[in-house]
Structures are given as structure tokens and as C-alpha cells.
Ligand binder design. Structure first.
Ligand SMILES: Cc1cc2nc3c(=O)[nH]c(=O)nc-3n(C[C@H](O)[C@H](O)[C@H](O)COP(=O)(O)OP(=O)(O)OC[C@H]3O[C@@H](n4cnc5c(N)ncnc54)[C@H](O)[C@@H]3O)c2cc1C
Length: 412
């Protein structure tokens, strides 16, 4: 390592804090320059305030990007085991939940940030908050950063970890792409991911707040692009819930390419179509004098019943069960198992949990995260064109790429 090496980390998020710790542990002088009044604000919001910080079922299939294989080596060089040990050493005992999701035993995202900040203090790393970098100048030796208030900071190496565009209220507004672009880096078009979907349907206001456990699939050009199961929630603009967030990247991609897309809902995934038909026939036969809509009470959420029947083309939902035709029952089964609603958009960046797209990995060294264009400049985290599914994969990418960049920046 260069004697008195000064590493400048731009952005104090998950990737930046890890990079700073790795560089500090290797003996470098480190300064974190953070735009907001404190570091790690997004970490506090993760996992609904519980921070799903990694996932034991790590696999490249949970990651995306134009060249997703780029992430493989980095995710292996600082892997899940090392991540759990890294946090264990800092004080975070962990627990594993459904789907391999790893959370701190304390169930508090704040504890993750607390221990990272403790380590930063122990390593004498400087946190310079309320400081937005507006320009990076590469000099013959080292770098000069210009801040919004015209202040300048000089250092030997720069690690750019300004995040993507998701949740700009937590600091990441995409300005990091402009900084990288000014140094010749290319940016793959960005789209919001892990975000709710806006639907085109007249009944959304009536269904706002209705939840059900079921399956959702994205349909494009008559084929299923991806399917996910779990709790699905109707909102006044469209649809939300963990399965929808998982599907949203596919939706955003398709919409960007001007494809007509639908969400297809299955409210009875545990029953085959024929089984549901039989079940309904028996149910409607119990009390043939009952009104059709009333016969669904106890089977479907009350607010769903009139909408489902209307969408199935039932003109008079109050007609007696004994008057319903087999054709009408089949239409109701179709509605319950293959309810298609057109997707018109995703929710905005403000609601997105991550960014698909970002810095083109072709310009970045896959072993060190160093720029192939500007020696001494490194990247990590969401700013790079790698994004993960829900479940701890995005933070894992931030920790892995951050740690590797921080270590590499301190090696000659
Ligand atoms: C609500 C929510 C919940 C989430 N939950 C999870 C979860 O449970 N598990 C999971 O794996 N992932 C989760 N994610 C995704 C994950 O949090 C992010 O992918 C990850 O934190 C990205 O880390 P980062 O360091 O790359 O960027 P960020 O965390 O966005 O940090 C970037 C930092 O750079 C600063 N900055 C930006 N520009 C400048 C500048 N010019 N100068 C100085 N500073 C600047 C910003 O203020 C910010 O502090 C969630 C995201 C959100 C929004």
C-alpha cells in the first residue's frame, strides 16, 4: 500500500460503508463523503426496518443485468459466509427465515448501521456529511473532488458508491451516473425495479386494501414471463405485495420495450381448474335459493365478490344459484384462476427498492471493481448494472462489491 494512502468514498450507503471499512482495515486514511446529514439512511429502511441483509440461498439466478456473470466472482470473493462472519464480528447475531432470508437477531436495521458506524469510528474513518460531490477530476496522480459548496477534497483513490435512482428521498437520485459519465463511463438505461405496478382497471378504488394469498404471473405475448406466489394486495393505483415486487423488473423491462403486458392472478393456486369448477358446483348446489353473490361469502373477500362476478360477465349477481348455467360457472372459474389485468406502468422511483441498469460492467474490472478507463477509480453497489431479487440479494451485492473495492483500492 502507498504510504499515507488517502481513499475517498463518495456515498455512505451499504456499499460505501463496507468499502470504507475494508480500506480502513488495510491501513488507509479514509474519508466518506455523504450528501445527506448522516450515512446509511437507506439501510434503516431495508427489510421493513428489519434489514434482510443477505440470503443463504445465494445463486446468480437471483441477480440481473446486461452481463450478470460479471457479479459471480465478486459474490464469491466476499460471499454469504464471509458477510455473516463480518457482521457477527461486528456484533450482529443472525437468524434465517423463510426463503433463506437472513436478518439480525435484534430485528432492527438500526443495529446493522450502529455496528458499521462503530467500526468506522474505531478505524478512525472520517464521515463528512452534508457534502455532495458535484465533480470528480482525475489528476496525474490522484483525484480532486469538488463539492456543491465549492469546497475541494483531494485523495489518491476514489470509490464511487452513490447508489442508483431508487428511493431518491434516501439520497440516491442518480447523480452518480453523471459523475461516472463525465469520466467516460457508459450507463445502461435505468428502470425502477422491486416496485409496485399500475394497472388499467375500473375497479381498483373498490378493491383498495384487499389482500389475498395467491399467484401472480406476468403475461406478455400470450406467454408467462415469470410467476411468483405470496400475499398480493390491491391498491388504488394497481397492485402490490412481495410477488408483485419480484415480477416488477420483468414488467418494467417489457414496458420499456413497448410490450403489452398483463398481470394474471390465480386466487386458488392450490386447486386445478377442474377441481375449482367441481368445488363451486357443489357449493352453489348447497342452497339453490341463495343469491349467487351471497354464496361466495366465506370463500372470497366480500369486496372481491361483486368485482369478480362482474368481470366474469355475470349480469345479475343476485340471481339464484339454481339459475346459473355451467357456462357462467366456468367463466367465474376462469376469473378466479386466470384474472388478467393490463399493466400500464410501474410506480415511480420514489417507491422502488432498487435500480435495474446502471454503470456498464464492460468498463469495470470484474476482480477489483476498478474502472478500466480511469486507474484508481472504483465502483460498488447499486450504481453498477447489477440488481437482485427481493430477499437480501441487493444488500449482498453492496457488501460484496463494497468490500472488494475497498480492499483493491488499498493494494498497489
Ligand atoms: C425501502 C427499501 C427496502 C429495501 N430492503 C432491502 C432488503 O431488506 N434487503 C436487500 O438486500 N436490499 C434491500 N433494499 C435495496 C438495498 O437497500 C440497496 O440496493 C442498497 O442499500 C444499495 O446500497 P448502495 O450503497 O449501493 O446505495 P445507497 O444505499 O443508495 O447509498 C448511496 C449513498 O450515496 C449518497 N450520495 C448520492 N450521491 C452523492 C453525491 N454526489 N455525493 C455524496 N453522496 C452521495 C446517498 O445520499 C446515499 O447515502 C431496499 C431498498 C429500499 C429503498
Amino acid at each position: 500500500m502507498i504510504k499515507n494512502l488517502h481513499v475517498l468514498v463518495i456515498g455512505g450507503g451499504a456499499a460505501g460503508l463496507t468499502a470504507a471499512i475494508a480500506a480502513g482495515r488495510n491501513g488507509a486514511k479514509v474519508t466518506i463523503i455523504e450528501k445527506l446529514d448522516r450515512v446509511g439512511k437507506k439501510i434503516l429502511a431495508t427489510g421493513n426496518g428489519r434489514c434482510n441483509f443477505t440470503n443463504i440461498n445465494m445463486d446468480l439466478k437471483f441477480f440481473h443485468g446486461e452481463n450478470v456473470r460479471f457479479a459471480q466472482g465478486i459474490l464469491q470473493s466476499f460471499d454469504v459466509e464471509q458477510t455473516i462472519s463480518f457482521f457477527e464480528y461486528l456484533g450482529i447475531a443472525h437468524k434465517i427465515e423463510e426463503g433463506g432470508k437472513v436478518f439480525p437477531m435484534s430485528d432492527q436495521a438500526a443495529s446493522v448501521l450502529d455496528v458499521l458506524r462503530y467500526e468506522i469510528e474505531e478505524l478512525d474513518i472520517k464521515e463528512q456529511c452534508n457534502s455532495e460531490v458535484v465533480s470528480i477530476q482525475a489528476k496525474d496522480k490522484g483525484f480532486k473532488l469538488i463539492l456543491k459548496d465549492k469546497q475541494t477534497i483531494e485523495g489518491d483513490k476514489v470509490i464511487l458508491t452513490t447508489g442508483g435512482k431508487a428511493s431518491p428521498q434516501l439520497g440516491s437520485d442518480g447523480n452518480g451516473y453523471l459523475l461516472a459519465k463525465s469520466l467516460g463511463h457508459r450507463v445502461i438505461e435505468t428502470i425502477p425495479a422491486l416496485v409496485q405496478l399500475k394497472l388499467k382497471a375500473p375497479f381498483l378504488k373498490a378493491l383498495k386494501g384487499v389482500k389475498f394469498i395467491g399467484e401472480a404471473a406476468i403475461i406478455g405475448e400470450e406467454s408467462i414471463l415469470r410467476k411468483e406466489a405470496g400475499e398480493i394486495l390491491f391498491t388504488d393505483y394497481g397492485i402490490s405485495g412481495p410477488p408483485i415486487l419480484q415480477l416488477s423488473r420483468k414488467a418494467a423491462e417489457g414496458l420499456k420495450n413497448k410490450k403489452k403486458l398483463y398481470i394474471q392472478l390465480d386466487m386458488f393456486p392450490h386447486l386445478q381448474w377442474e377441481e375449482l369448477l367441481e368445488m363451486l358446483q357443489i357449493r352453489l348446489g348447497y342452497q339453490p335459493q341463495k343469491a349467487l353473490d351471497f354464496s361466495f361469502i366465506g370463500l372470497l373477500n366480500k369486496r372481491l365478490i361483486p368485482v369478480v362476478l362482474k368481470e366474469a360477465g355475470i349480469k345479475n349477481p343476485q340471481k339464484k344459484c339454481e339459475t346459473i348455467s355451467i357456462d357462467e360457472i366456468e367463466k367465474i372459474v376462469d376469473q378466479l384462476k386466470q384474472w388478467r389485468i393490463e399493466i400500464v406502468d410501474t410506480q415511480s422511483w420514489r417507491n422502488a427498492q432498487t435500480t435495474a441498469g446502471g454503470l456498464d460492467v464492460e468498463d469495470i474490472d470484474a476482480k477489483t471493481m476498478e474502472s478500466k478507463l480511469i486507474p484508481g477509480l472504483y465502483f460498488a453497489g447499486e450504481i453498477v448494472d447489477i440488481d437482485g431479487d427481493c430477499g437480501g440479494f441487493n444488500l449482498q451485492w453492496a457488501w460484496s462489491s463494497g468490500y472488494i473495492a475497498g480492499e483493491a483500492a488499498t493494494l498497489l
